[in-house]
Structure formats: C-alpha cells, structure tokens
Design a protein around this ligand. Structure first.
Ligand code: SF4
Length: 69
C-alpha cells in the first residue's frame, strides 16, 4: 500500500510527521475504538497497523489489549 502521508526517501520523518498530509489523517473522533477509550489521550494505537490489517486506519489496532464498552 502506498502511503498518503509521504515518502521518507524524499522528506525527513520530522517533516512527514508534522506536515499537512499527516494532519489531515488525525481526525481523532473517527477512531472507532480508541475514541471511547480512557487511554485515548496517550495512546490511540497504531493507525498504520490498522490500515495494513483492514485497509482502514480508523478501525481498532489489532494489537490492542484494552476492553472498551
Ligand atoms: S488502549 Fe487500545 S483502545 Fe485504548 S487508545 Fe490504545 S489502542 Fe486505542
């Protein structure tokens, strides 16, 4: 899957992480599970793993151990 954020061979990790392309994908209210979790402020799982696993970065991170109502 090609990243929508950018290419690390063309830009630094800092520029990619703080750039507008990344910001456009930080819609925290869309995180299906993390949005209801008490650890959301610190964690939010790994959207890249979720995207690789399901094709949708906002689905739950399959590595997450937390039970959320
Ligand atoms: S513990 Fe799980 S549900 Fe909670 S914020 Fe982290 S990844 Fe999301």
């Amino acid at each position: 899957m090609e990243s929508r954020i950018g290419n690390v061979r063309e830009k630094s990790m800092f520029d990619l992480f703080t750039g507008q392309n990344m910001e456009a994908h930080r819609e925290f209210s869309k995180f299906e599970k993390c949005n209801r979790c008490k650890l959301r402020g610190w964690c939010r799982g790994c959207p890249a793993v979720a995207a690789g696993y399901t094709g949708n970065r906002y689905t739950p991170d399959p590595q997450c151990w937390m039970e959320v109502d």
